[in-house]
Write a protein that binds this ligand. Structure first.
Ligand SMILES: NC(=O)c1ccc[n+]([C@@H]2O[C@H](COP(=O)([O-])OP(=O)(O)OC[C@H]3O[C@@H](n4cnc5c(N)ncnc54)[C@H](O)[C@@H]3O)[C@@H](O)[C@H]2O)c1
Length: 337
């Protein structure tokens, strides 16, 4: 693989920092653009010896982005605001996830960047009408986040169709692992379950817990994204990146409890979260065929690694949990379950 000059938006975030780690390990020069609204500098501090530069900037700053894109060969666009954020701030969510994507495509094309990889989401599908879901499954997003990610995808594909500008769309399914979010409106189900169970607090399930997801370990997700930027046959394509194993949230709670050595850890059920997708289950055969993608870390193995990561951080689970918001799609939270 020849060394490339690569720009990663959102590279100080959860998946982005793992992607940057893999790109640096392969010898590439990486510029990370992240405004650190949800990302962290510390997510990249293990890369001090690598050719990685963090530029703290907002992707909506057109002039800054035009300057940073000069001389770049490949863009991985991951910067975004999340699904819960979209429930309390839909306009800003759309502004970052959709409008800024269109701007970046425009700027990257003007700067002769030779490939643009857009990281979308399985949330564009909404609830599965059939499963497993191939890329041909209809897209009926249930949140403004899913809608904005779909708009970003459509712009990305349009640049290929209209201008033959080389783009790729990847649709990761839910990812988990070290550096995932437990805090604020970024908090995800696995970190929240694990920290609560470790602290002896009940895991909170929204709805009856029969809703399903397809959880992929972060190093597998990042490898799928990385390959989308490197394989020539990927250009113009849209690719699911998922584990290919469906699990209900009730089963997930039991799996987390088992991994932390508290099989009887309690759960409580609360009202469903608005816009919650009921079923997601990936068919990643296309990514396997074209990109050579294959997940390598099982759910149990990944949960064990996440537990070890929490234990190695030198921060108590109670301190981490103080940053959790249970109903994290609401602007304010007063309840502490
Ligand atoms: N985590 C998942 O399970 C999952 C699943 C499917 C798709 N994705 C997609 O993967 C990508 C990365 O997600 P993640 O889970 O790592 O989220 P994340 O929040 O950890 O990463 C997003 C990063 O973007 C940055 N950012 C937000 N707004 C910005 C702005 N205006 N300018 C510059 N930087 C900004 C944040 O600070 C953050 O570091 C996203 O595009 C997301 O839609 C994630």
């Amino acid at each position: 693989m020849t060394t490339k000059r690569i720009l990663v938006t959102g590279g100080a975030g959860f998946i982005g920092s793992e992607l940057v780690t893999q790109l640096a390990a392969a010898g590439h020069r990486v510029i990370v653009v992240d405004n650190l609204i949800n990302g962290k500098r510390e997510n990249l501090t293990h890369l001090t010896d690598a050719d990685v530069e963090l530029v703290v900037a907002d992707i909506r700053e057109r002039g800054t982005m035009a300057r940073l894109l000069r001389g770049v060969e490949l863009v991985y666009h991951l910067a975004c605001l999340g699904v819960r954020h979209s429930l309390h701030d839909p306009h800003e969510n759309h502004d970052v996830n959709a409008t800024a994507t269109l701007t970046l495509l425009d700027l990257a094309r003007q700067a002769d960047v030779t490939r643009f990889v857009y990281v979308s989401s399985s949330e564009v599908y909404g609830t599965a009408r059939w499963a497993p879901m191939t890329e041909e499954h209809p897209t009926f997003p249930m949140t403004v986040y899913g809608g904005g990610k779909l708009a970003g995808e459509c712009y990305t594909r349009a640049f290929w169709e209209s201008y033959r500008y080389p783009t790729v769309v990847v649709r990761p399914f839910n990812s988990f692992g070290p550096r995932s979010h437990h805090e604020g409106d970024s908090g995800e189900v696995i970190p929240k379950f694990m920290l609560r169970a470790m602290a002896g607090k009940p895991m909170v399930i929204f709805g009856d817990g029969t809703q399903t997801r397809d959880f992929t370990y972060v190093s597998d997700t990042a490898r799928g994204i990385l390959l989308a930027g490197m394989i020539d046959e990927a250009v113009g394509g849209t690719f699911n990146i998922g584990q290919g194993r469906e699990i209900s949230i009730n089963e997930l709670a039991r799996a987390v409890a088992t991994v932390i050595g508290k099989p009887d850890a309690p759960v409580i059920h609360d009202a469903p979260r608005p816009g919650d997708v009921l079923r997601l289950y990936a068919d990643s055969a296309r990514a396997q065929r074209v990109l050579g993608f294959a997940p390598s870390v099982s759910l149990t193995e990944g949960l064990q690694r996440l537990r070890e990561w929490y234990l190695s951080r030198g921060v108590s689970v109670e301190d981490l949990l103080a940053e959790e918001r249970v109903h994290n799609w609401k602007k304010e939270e007063s309840v502490n379950l």
